[in-house]
Design a protein around this ligand. Structure first.
Ligand code: AHR
Length: 503
């Protein structure tokens, strides 16, 4: 059976905020050290940034880059990470049972973003696990105040004359999670988040603040947490965060392929909760969603491994969470991107967790090459072609049976209309065995040709890019896709991510 939908510019979801294509750099494993920063590497620049990685980061098209954690931020002492490198202390990182050398810190992070280019924007998390209002204010003054105060002058004395201009701030990380250093109840967190937000706004009313939502929809406190936190912070914050990671559990690939069903329900449930609190408070204001950690993550492997770490061993930049992604993973990943785009009216920040080596689209070998994982391609294509107005896509699709989500559509799709009127369709075929014919009716769109139909699919769904074979999987062009008389017709290969560009 054919999957169908209609595109009509009269029916839209909303405009894509460039911040939807954000990413995340945490001091975790080799994301920073031997990931983006490796002074001894032949490709390193004068600041120790790997030029080969920088090139890939640019090609990936990331915008907001969240930093420095993640769980790491709940033990973060920002002042350890600034000033002369030789004076910076080595610290225990409790979150990842590692030693943090602080060779890379706040100034290096800002310099890295500036090298990526103007599209890259800082998104800094403050520590609300082991610290509080005072330290957040000190960090804000150090980072953003031009000069003439103790902490802004300290920054200048460290060689950063220009303020960092950080607009977007996260008020802690995953404070609902018992694994978080300084974990809090919703009431405790709501209070400290509100007071930190109030103080940061006193210093600078233009900051944009993200309150911690739940670490996942399956958390026992989900929704009650958001309601309690927002009751305290509604007028003081701009965003509530969402985090979600997906993996095939017990070999159930069919449910894994429908992971976006969960992601979309998570988004819709958080919107409902935000709007419920807004209604109770009789507020005109809408809280937007910052989906600031999302990805495919083989988390259960990590959960089995973590308890075996030797307690007296605190390695520097160990290999942690270095998941290798298959074609199947990339198709699910593409579907998660589609879920974000389909909610672009309210999800206005999103961060792919993470950027390099740690559950990442870019991998590196210390002293060796950098390469693109399979997940690199859907992200780069969505960031490049997914800018503009999201059209409201309602699919009529054949379905398949999943254990976790019941009947799920085989087709998952969205479409984005760029300023110049061109349209890009992003579509996933979840069938592992069957091609899916697609028929799209175009109304009110001045489109006459298919510029390109690119697909990521492979006869071997487990194919992946590795150090030894870094270009095993790349997108290919699909022939036969046609646009005729206001009808787009295509065939989506089994288990495929598709980008169909129309002009
Ligand atoms: O991205 C890896 C970890 O996942 C982050 O540190 C944490 O916030 C989440 O649990």
């Amino acid at each position: 059976r054919t999957a169908r939908f209609t595109l009509d510019p009269a029916f839209t979801v909303g405009t894509v905020d460039p911040r939807l294509f954000g990413s995340f750099v945490e001091h975790l494993g080799r994301c920073v050290y031997t990931g983006i920063f490796e002074p001894d590497h032949p490709a390193a620049d004068e600041a120790g940034i790997r030029r080969d990685v920088l090139e890939l980061v640019r090609e990936l098209g990331v915008t907001a880059v969240r930093y420095p954690g993640g769980n790491f931020v709940s033990g973060y002492r920002w002042e350890d990470s600034v000033g002369p490198v030789e004076d910076r202390p080595r610290r225990l990182d409790l979150a990842w049972h590692s030693t943090e050398t602080n060779r890379f810190g706040l100034s290096e992070y800002i310099a890295f973003l500036r090298k990526i280019g103007p599209q890259a924007e800082p998104m800094l998390a403050v520590n609300l696990g082991t610290r509080g209002v005072a330290e957040a204010l000190e960090l804000q003054e150090y980072a953003n105040h031009p000069a003439g105060t103790a902490l802004s002058d300290l920054r200048v004395s460290h060689g950063d004359k220009d303020p960092f201009g950080i607009r977007l701030w996260c008020l802690g990380n995953e404070m609902d999670g018992p694994w978080q250093t300084g974990h809090k109840t919703a009431e405790e967190y709501g209070r400290i988040a509100a007071e930190t937000a109030r103080a940061m706004r006193q210093a600078d009313p233009s900051v944009e603040l993200v309150a911690c939502g739940s670490s996942g929809q399956s958390m026992p406190t989900f929704a009650a947490w958001e309601a309690t936190v927002l009751q305290e912070t509604y007028d003081l914050v701009d965003y509530i965060s969402l985090h979600a990671y997906y993996e095939p559990l017990d070999g159930d690939v069919d449910s894994f392929l429908a992971s976006a069903v969960d992601m979309e329900s998570f988004i819709e449930n958080v919107i409902a909760t935000c709007d419920h609190v807004g209604a109770r408070l009789k507020s005109e204001k809408k809280i937007n969603l910052s989906f600031d950690e999302w990805n495919v993550w083989y988390l259960s492997r990590w959960q089995e491994q973590a308890p075996t770490f030797a307690q007296d061993d605190w390695p520097e930049a160990p290999r942690l969470l270095e998941d290798s992604y298959s074609v199947t993973d990339a198709v699910v990943f593409g579907s998660l991107l589609i879920a974000l785009l389909r909610h672009a009216d309210r999800v206005t920040v999103a961060c792919l967790a993470q950027l390099v080596n740690v559950i990442a689209p870019i991998m590196t070998e210390p002293g060796g090459p950098a390469w693109r994982q399979t997940t690199f391609f859907p992200f780069a294509q969505a960031s490049r072609y997914g800018r503009g107005e999201v059209l409201d896509v309602r699919v009529d699709s054949p379905t398949y049976r999943t254990d976790k989500y019941g009947e799920a559509d085989l087709l998952h799709a969205t479409a984005v209309r760029a300023e110049d009127g061109t349209v890009t369709v992003f579509a996933v075929n979840r069938s592992r065995t069957e091609p899916l014919p697609l028929d799209v009716a175009l109304h009110g769109l001045d489109l006459t040709s298919v510029v390109e139909h690119s697909a990521l699919a492979d006869a071997d769904p487990d194919a992946r890019n590795t150090l030894d074979d870094p270009e095993r999987v790349t997108p290919h062009t699909v022939e036969g896709t046609a646009l005729d008389g206001g009808r787009l017709t295509a065939v989506l290969e089994p288990l495929s991510w598709n980008v169909i560009r129309l002009a």
